[in-house]
Design a protein around this ligand. Structure first.
Ligand code: PLP
Length: 391
């Protein structure tokens, strides 16, 4: 057996091993473990989407290789959705490419633009795939701290000029996982000028634009002037339509980047199962009521969580978007020790913030993607175990 290649060995160590061992131990001991750790919708894919897939699965043309860029009808559905939702015009043929879930494209985009030794600007805390894809391509992630005092937005003026000059890609993600931070169009405009000045490709991960509350409508990066000349946006049916298992997303925006990603992918995969593309079309072009219903459900859970956390002593504002709460751990705990304590004493799993980067240390993430009754039960247990916390 040869040794694993350097690029694989360069990946950061898996941080949740200890916690996963603890969870397994508790489960084996018969504890009813409730996980608030996973960002994966608990509700089913809407029925009209499933029906379309059921119908398409018998069509023989769908049993063959799909095109790697995606069916034109799928790319057109994405373009129409952008026009309706954001007022953004996209050419479905040259400005949209299908992805096997947006994670796939996020991981592969670095292969398109990063040479060994190049820098990629990566938010911290952040979705681990930005740094992972960078490292696999031989690049070096440069951390952009997302701090509460900056509303979890990176400060472009604090990036050293030499770093910016070496950077090929800037990853952004709003509404943000894990912090639930949101971006304004003004912030996206700053990102466009920064990218122009240093010739950087902006890659905006827009997985959560449809999960929002209290009338707030998160913007698309592509809505701001000049965005399409410097960047692309990753989108997905995973979160809005409870379709994480189906694996279907897209990248949209700057032609050259879409073309490059499509070329790379045509050497790696053979596209998204057409049945899944038809299902995604049904999601994007069909009735959108289920979205409002999902947001109502998450909002109800958000109230349960925020009220319980406030009772325990957390000073928090309800998140405006995403289905996450990002919270400081109480005094005398680290991210890990707090998560371990909650599993040990309450049988409740939260995600330690340190798993999202060094600036995530001292935080933990709660996901609202658990059945409402289970969420209530989890907070009842937490109140019993923690009582009142101090910081
Ligand atoms: C869930 C999520 C995605 C979407 O992943 P898919 O591969 O499309 O399922 C992308 N980015 C972030 C930050 C996410 O949390």
């Amino acid at each position: 057996m040869p040794e694993a290649a350097q690029r694989v060995r360069n990946l950061p160590p898996y941080l949740f091993a200890k916690i996963e061992r603890l969870i397994a131990e508790k489960k084996a001991a018969g504890v009813d473990v409730i996980s608030l750790g996973i960002g994966d919708p608990d509700q089913p894919t809407p029925a009209h989407i499933c029906s379309e897939a059921a119908r398409q699965i018998y069509e023989q043309e769908n049993h063959r290789y799909p095109s790697s860029a995606g069916m034109l009808s799928f790319r057109d559905a994405v373009a129409q959705w952008y026009a309706r939702r954001f007022g953004v015009t996209l050419d479905p043929e040259s400005e949209v490419v299908s992805l096997i879930g947006s994670k796939e494209g996020i991981a592969h985009i670095s292969w398109c633009y990063v040479n060994p030794g190049d820098t990629v600007l990566v938010p911290d805390p952040g979705y681990p795939v930005y740094a992972g894809g960078t490292i696999l391509a031989g690049g070096e992630p440069y951390t952009l701290p997302l701090l509460p005092e900056n509303a979890f937005l990176p400060r472009f003026d604090e990036i050293p000029t030499e770093v910016a000059k070496r950077a090929k890609i800037l990853f952004l993600n709003y509404p943000n996982n894990p912090t639930a931070g949101v971006a304004t169009k003004e912030f996206f405009m700053e990102a466009v000028s920064f990218a122009r000045e240093f010739d950087i490709l902006v890659c905006h991960d827009a997985a959560y634009t449809e999960i929002a509350y209290d009338g707030y409508r998160p913007p698309s990066f592509l809505q701001v002037h000049g965005a399409k000349e410097v960047g692309i946006e990753f989108g997905s049916v995973s979160k809005p339509y409870n379709m994480t298992g189906w694996r279907c997303g897209w990248a949209a925006g700057k032609k050259e980047a879409i073309d490059c990603l499509g070329t790379l992918k045509s050497n790696i995969d053979s596209g998204v199962f057409q049945v899944v593309q038809y299902a995604a079309i049904a999601g994007l072009t069909g009735p959108q009521e289920t979205l409002a219903q999902m947001n109502d459900l998450y909002k109800e859970r958000r109230e349960i969580a925020v009220n319980a956390l406030r009772e325990m002593g957390w000073h928090i504002q309800p998140p405006k978007a995403s289905f996450y709460l990002w919270l400081p751990v109480p005094r005398n705990f680290t991210s890990e020790s707090f998560a371990e304590e909650l599993i040990e004493k309450a049988g409740v799993v939260v995600t330690p913030g340190s798993g999202y980067g060094k600036y995530g240390a001292g935080y933990f993430r709660i996901s609202l993607t658990v059945p409402t009754g289970r969420l209530r039960e989890a907070f009842d247990r937490l109140k019993q175990v923690l009582g009142r916390v101090s910081f």
